[in-house]
Design a protein around this ligand. Structure first.
Ligand code: TSX
Ligand code: MN
Length: 597
């Protein structure tokens, strides 16, 4: 219950539309969380893990058709199609609302409608924003309690006239009399709609219970809707990690980083440096909201309160901090279950036991079963405060001042280990052309080509991508150049002639972070090249690193032929933006061409 007039009105309207059996206002208390989990355990929806091995942990198994975000069912329903741009699905809002109103009509019959007031960012921070999610999924409530701040403190802060983003969600499976509730209710793909109405700051999600489709604070609000708010209000809502790095003298800087999926963003956010005396702490692993402070610098908050991480590949070797984080109070989805009530996944760092229950609840035998035991997109939902590397500043209401922005992707050739942009405009140019090479893991017929994913925002843009580039360029004009973060293009994924990774990556990336830190201090040397400032051979700390010298040289120098092909490819990629491509970026491409001649 709330005194907020607009919220009460919206809840009543949505209840009249969805016709739930009952309404539950989430207070966010621990007892509420525990009783929801108990209810799901009693229905067989949640499996409690062995409290001696994973105290407070539960396993969920989704329907095999509902295992990931559905980009082809995700819509930016702006009033004008041109505002959604060439990279988004668009349906006109009137027609989409009419279709979805029919779907939502009676969609919660036989179910409880949960009302989740949530804050993205610390409650009351000037950088935070409030949302309210209506959902008929108790799994969503439990996950939202970890991923955001929910409940009474949010309602209190909202008051009678506070603003919020309404987020309507239903799994799309009404329980008519006599029907049994399946373990993971959801709707078939053609009835799934993940819809955003940017002018209204409104989200409607129907038919999926999974991750980014259903936990509406994350991708839907904190990126797609917030990117529109950020454009209109003069700030940045970005798909970026935030880390704090401290040198051996105790001096700290904050760095954000945009990387597409499968580049190890969470691993980088929780990195354990191999360089003695250096420390990395975690502020956020997925989303950064950046606004100008009074001093003209950009300050970032992590709008989330937990990590919704991909489990496979997470191990004590690749990410010891994440492994510690998921030891307790963690919800697992679609991982494998061991006979002693623990979890297992591919790449956890130790062999599977002889027998497992796989992510679909089937017996799985080592050496016999052909399919992976955990789904490749299986997840952990875990509280950020449990992470051993979490920075005390992760809840700073004023945010943390950003000195550098990293951008990067998986590029087996051409892109060097690290490249410092000449200027903000040049950095925005590099951000606009970043991406990953398409591999067999990407379902595509274009293996070997680059899938451009500007600022890793392609699936998360709430408006026209060309207008987004213009917004980034405008941000650069809102303060003095020396107060802007410097932009660095990094690439951990160069391969040699045998197809093996050249750079050891992981904790050794601290060598690259050290170079960046010392560049920001005006200490490390660089050499100007046609593509940007690269480390001089002795400015990068390679002490004790065993990498073949000629291969090392290849990732620290400019591949002229490769970059000429890159520039040509960028020219054809830039055509999709038509008249929306800012002239500053066209100029940057022309200048790159000139310098490569
Ligand atoms: O996360 C990764 N990072 C960033 C770490 C802070 N990964 C995993 C990506 C998939 C999620 C990496 N993979 C990184 C990296 O820097 N580098 C690589 C490629 C690589 C893989 C294995 C080895 C070296 C490099 N070495 C051996 O297997 C021994
Ligand atoms: Mn992400």
């Amino acid at each position: 219950m709330t005194s907020n007039i607009r919220l009460n009105k919206w809840i009543h309207e949505m209840a009249d539309l969805c016709r739930p059996d009952r309404i539950h206002w989430c207070d966010g208390s621990d007892s509420e969380y525990q009783s929801l989990l108990q209810m799901m355990v009693s229905k067989g929806v949640a499996i409690p893990l062995n409290p001696k091995k994973r105290p407070g942990c539960y396993l969920f198994r989704s329907h095999p058709s509902d295992v990931a975000r559905v980009e082809n069912r995700t819509f930016i329903s702006s009033l004008r199609q041109d505002d959604a741009g060439p990279t988004n699905n668009w349906i006109d809002p009137q027609s989409l609302k009419s279709t979805m109103t029919d779907l939502f009509s009676g969609s919660m019959v036989g179910r409880t409608m949960y009302v989740i007031p949530f804050s993205m960012g610390p409650v009351g921070s000037p950088l935070s924003k409030i949302g309210v999610e209506i959902t008929d999924s108790p799994y969503v409530v439990a996950n939202m309690r970890i991923m955001t701040r929910i409940g009474k403190p949010v309602l209190d802060f909202l008051g009678s006239d506070g603003e919020f983003v309404p987020c309507l969600h239903s799994v799309g499976y009404p329980l008519l009399p006599g029907m049994v509730d399946p373990q993971w209710p959801c709707a078939p793909i053609e009835k799934k709609f993940i819809s955003h109405f940017p002018e209204e700051r409104l989200i409607w999600s129907y038919g999926s219970g999974y991750g980014g489709n259903a936990l509406l604070g994350k991708k839907c609000f904190a990126l797609r809707i917030a990117s529109v708010q950020a454009r209109d209000e003069g700030w940045l809502a970005e798909h970026m990690l935030i880390l704090k790095i401290t040198n051996p003298e105790g001096k700290s800087k904050y760095i954000t980083g945009a990387f597409p999926s499968a580049c190890g963003k969470t691993n980088l956010a929780m990195l354990v440096p191999t360089l003695p005396g250096w420390k990395v702490e975690t502020v956020g692993d997925d989303i950064a909201w950046m606004k100008f402070g009074k001093d003209g610098r950009l300050y970032a908050i992590n709008p989330e309160a937990g990590f919704f991480g991909v489990a496979p590949g997470t191990s004590a070797q690749s990410n010891p901090n994440a492994m510690k984080c998921v030891e307790k109070n963690t919800l697992f989805t679609n991982v494998a279950l061991t006979d002693d009530g623990d979890v297992w996944w591919e790449g956890i760092g130790y062999d599977a036991p002889d027998h497992l229950i796989d992510w679909q609840g089937r017996d799985w035998y080592k050496g016999q079963s052909k399919e992976p035991a955990a789904h490749p997109n299986s997840r952990f939902t875990t509280p950020a405060h449990q992470c051993p590397s979490i920075s005390p500043d992760w809840i700073a209401e004023e945010g943390v001042p950003i000195s550098a922005i990293l951008i990067g992707g998986r590029r087996p050739s051409t892109i060097p280990l690290v490249n410092e942009s000449f200027s903000w405009e040049h950095g925005v140019f590099l951000g606009s052309i970043m991406g990953s090479e398409i591999t067999a893991a990407t379902i595509s017929d274009q293996i070997g080509k680059v899938r451009r994913d500007p600022f890793a925002m392609l699936p998360f843009m709430g408006y026209h991508i060309g207008d987004y580039f213009r917004h980034w360029l405008n941000i650069g004009k809102m303060t003095t150049p020396e107060k802007l973060p410097k932009i660095y293009y990094v690439n951990w994924f160069r391969k040699n002639a045998e197809g093996k990774f050249i750079w050891p990556g992981y904790g050794e990336n601290s060598r690259v972070l050290k170079w960046i830190f010392e560049r920001l201090e005006g200490k490390a040397a660089s050499q100007k090249t046609p593509i940007g400032n690269l480390p001089t051979p002795d400015s990068l700390d390679l002490d004790g690193l065993r990498v073949n010298p000629s291969e090392l040289a290849s990732i620290l120098t400019v591949d002229l032929g490769g970059w000429k092909r890159e520039a040509e490819d960028v020219r054809s990629y830039y055509r999709i933006f038509e008249n929306k491509l800012p002239s500053a970026l066209a100029d940057q491409l022309d200048q790159l061409d000139q310098r490569l001649r």
